[in-house]
Design a protein around this ligand. Structure first.
Ligand code: ATP
Ligand code: MG
Length: 270
């Protein structure tokens, strides 16, 4: 069963989409079969992976409301083997309002992904910059959440609201939801501010903070305009190296959580 990881922070522009795309590509390059679910009406994941969101029809929206099967809208990435995308389009904008009257509205994504997630090692969900129904659907479907935090003034501001939402989801909809880590993004090693804020976030979150730090890197910012993840745009860039390191750290963290004693009762593979 694949590990489902939501990338969430209601603050805009902190690197959620950049992380969803480049972590997913890095996991796929490390030979993990990986699915990206674009749950943001801005559809930035979809376009960053080279698809025209205006032409995507149907999208994850139709999957959530039960009008399409996820298998039927999957986009296979031609350049990266092991990488698939459930694309978004602007229709998702209506979802926050339209889903309100639907029963079990917080569990629609989880239900629609059942079966599909078994085909993957990792499923990465990109959330919109809000704590609305779409983000709650992602947190309900996920095994864990990565919280990207931009290293700047007010970095911690607003995180209390997100942590409270995670607590509420744990209290009912998804008791097993873990925080797989807090990820420092847009770090600029030339700035004393970056070091100060990183230290402050580490003081607050302790070892929940990923050791890998995502540095501010122009290659990361320009890659989406080529419809490419950074690893394909420039494999030797700081951004590509940072996201590969994050993928490795993520794999280690997850195998540490899920390492179970051997099951001696199971039949041998001979
Ligand atoms: N490591 C980085 N180096 C340079 N630019 C970056 C980096 N990470 C993200 N950016 C740029 O910062 C902007 C915001 O990033 P991104 O879209 O990933 O944030 P987001 O949290 O998904 O935003 P939103 O909340 O609007 O969905 C984008 O223009 C992106 O290209
Ligand atoms: Mg985004």
């Amino acid at each position: 069963m694949g590990q489902i990881i939501a990338i969430a922070n209601q603050k805009g522009g902190v690197g959620k989409t950049t992380t969803a795309v480049n972590l997913a590509v890095s996991l796929a390059v490390l030979e993990n079969s990986t699915l990206v679910v674009d749950l943001d009406p801005q559809a930035n994941c979809t376009s960053s992976l080279g698809y025209n969101a205006r032409e995507v029809r149907p999208s994850v929206y139709e999957v959530i409301i039960g009008k399409s099967r996820p298998e039927d809208i999957l986009c296979k990435n031609e350049e990266v083997p092991h990488l698939d995308l459930l694309p978004a389009n602007i229709n998702l904008v209506g979802a926050e309002v339209e889903l309100i009257s639907i029963r079990d509205r917080e569990q629609l994504l989880k239900k629609s992904l059942i079966g599909l997630t078994d085909n993957y090692d990792y499923v990465i969900i990109d959330c919109p910059p809000s704590l609305g129904l779409l983000t709650v659907n992602a947190l309900t479907a996920a095994d864990s959440v990565i919280i990207p935090v931009q290293v700047e003034y007010f970095a911690l501001e607003g995180l209390g609201l997100l942590l409270n939402t995670i607590k509420i989801v744990r209290g009912g909809l998804n008791p097993d939801l873990e925080i797989s880590g807090v990820l420092l993004t847009l770090y600029d090693s030339r700035l004393r501010l970056s070091k100060q804020v990183a230290a402050e976030v580490k003081r607050y979150f302790g070892n929940q903070v990923f050791k890998t730090i995502i540095h501010r890197n122009v290659t990361v910012a320009e890659a989406p305009s080529f419809g490419k993840p950074v690893l394909l745009h420039s494999a030797t860039s700081t951004g590509a190296r940072n996201y590969l390191a994050l993928a490795r750290e993520m794999m280690q963290r997850i195998s540490a959580i899920s390492t179970k004693p051997p099951d001696f009762a199971s039949p041998s593979n001979t």
